[in-house]
Write a protein that binds this ligand. Structure first.
Ligand code: SF4
Length: 452
């Protein structure tokens, strides 16, 4: 009750009503309709994701540890014309929300033109915030249908370490403040890792965000991917549990919206690519199951050989369909982290191309070791906040894709447990030679904890 009053007060007193209306209509109402349309299509066996995440540029001014985007390669963008086509076609399927990702989206020369061309949509722009000047923040405010989600990865020292440059923290905070001064609906996200969990997974940090005027936050969990995977940053299972508990607790008492993408209202894990609610498009236009699965069969760009609509490319893709089936059959967690060798088979079966500029994605996949992810059966932590429970019941859950699936022989937590019991290296079972987090045996794993 107290939560509702405080949240309602913040919404009414701290937000601009035009922007609140845009959020309510473009994201709330139209976003809801797009998810319901997705559920209806699923009944016919058609998967077109209502939430598309589009990496519009590969370049970035930072060099974050563990980044899987080829930020130092030649700049590649999805231009205004291609974005207009993409968004228009997605709108025809009922979509209204788009996640804009990079690289750093504010380095895209036509970012504002893309956003301004679609006032009937809602855009969430994932950014380090450093290019958001007061003038740019004003322009975002005038549009009203854009929310920057600005990443903070720790205090001054840790941020600078994690992100590979000096003064990252202060420049990012300036970007956040510019948005808040302009009355833009602003979010702050953090990729939780061993190096920042004690600083940022705290009530003090959440209170500070509320005091600043930040409307929502999103705690991701660091995933060791790409050419520089840095697995030593991974959270232990205990830390993962702590993160989930914290989110559930804060949702019930703090007047700030907290987003997560990996749990339903009962606290059961899910994968948003497995239920088809979300897929990803990279700066080259390649359609990927999700940002960390950098293999593709289809492109948003038309070629002589493939003139199909966006909708047909998604709904007819055997590769995407087999990816989803594998993920659904194997685990409620992350197929990439838990069973990379099975993902490798799907990629090879479809001759899906490596969609990175560096061209080493298969090598990286082959060198991955199974780890636990968000799936910890028996340790589900249900939502305490009624609003989240209701919203997730209708709009964010597994949509039945795991019904009747038995993961006890396939998901990492079971396999790891079984192996520990048998006191043999876990990966002997699945044909590899390393333990979780780079340890060489199940013993290493049990002492260091698995990462995700
Ligand atoms: S495959 Fe893993 S990283 Fe990709 S959407 Fe699913 S859970 Fe997330």
């Amino acid at each position: 009750m107290m939560y509702s009053l405080k949240m309602a007060k913040r919404m009414l007193l701290e937000t601009n009503k035009r922007l609140l209306w845009k959020l309510f209509w473009n994201m709330g109402i139209k976003g809801t309709r797009s998810v319901l349309a997705h559920r209806k299509r699923m009944k016919k066996g058609q998967f077109f994701p209502p939430f598309l995440y589009v990496s519009i540029i590969n370049s970035c001014n930072l060099r974050c540890q563990g980044c899987w985007v080829d930020v130092a390669s030649k700049q590649q963008t999805i231009d205004l014309k291609a974005m207009n086509k993409l968004i228009t076609e997605a709108k025809a399927a009922g979509n209204s929300f788009f996640g804009i990702v990079g690289g750093e989206p504010f380095m895209h020369p036509e970012l504002f033109e893309i956003l301004e061309a679609h006032p009937d949509c809602y855009f969430q722009v994932f950014t380090n915030g450093q290019f958001i000047t007061p003038e740019k923040a004003q322009r975002l405010f005038r549009m009203g249908n854009v929310t920057p989600l600005i990443s903070v990865e720790g205090n001054e020292i840790i941020s600078d370490q994690r992100r590979g440059r000096d003064d990252v923290y202060n420049k990012t905070l300036t970007g956040i403040q510019n948005c808040l001064d302009a009355n833009v609906m602003t979010g702050v996200c953090t990729s939780l890792a061993k190096s920042n969990i004690d600083h940022l997974l705290t009530e003090k940090w959440v209170d500070r965000l509320i005091e600043m005027g930040v409307l929502y936050t999103w705690f991701h969990v660091y995933r060791p991917m790409g050419p520089d995977a840095t697995p030593e940053l991974c959270l232990t299972p205990e830390q993962q549990r702590r993160a989930r508990e914290f989110v559930v607790e804060m949702r019930a008492k703090k007047p700030i919206i907290i987003i997560d993408a990996y749990y339903d209202g009962d606290g059961k894990a899910l994968c948003p690519a497995a239920n088809g609610i979300s897929h990803h498009i990279n700066p080259w236009g390649d359609i990927e199951p999700c940002p960390i699965v950098q293999f593709s069969r289809e492109s948003i760009h038309s070629t002589e050989d493939d003139q199909r609509s966006l909708f047909d490319k998604f709904t007819q893709s055997k590769y995407l369909s087999d990816f989803r089936s594998l993920a659904q059959d194997t685990t409620r967690g992350c197929i990439v982290l838990e069973r990379p060798e099975l993902l490798q088979q799907v990629v090879e079966n479809h001759s899906a191309k490596d969609s990175t500029a560096r061209g080493t994605a298969m090598q990286e996949l082959k060198s991955m070791i199974p780890r636990t992810s968000q799936y910890h059966p028996g340790n589900e932590i249900p939502e305490k906040n009624l609003y989240y429970r209701i919203a997730k019941k209708f709009l964010f859950n597994d949509f039945g894709v795991y019904n009747g699936k038995d993961h006890t022989k396939t998901a990492a937590p079971y396999i790891i447990k079984e192996t520990e019991t048998a006191e043999q290296p876990i990966l002997n079972i699945i044909g590899q030679s390393q333990g979780c987090c780079g340890g060489s045996s199940a013993e290493d794993e049990s002492t260091t904890g698995c990462c995700s």
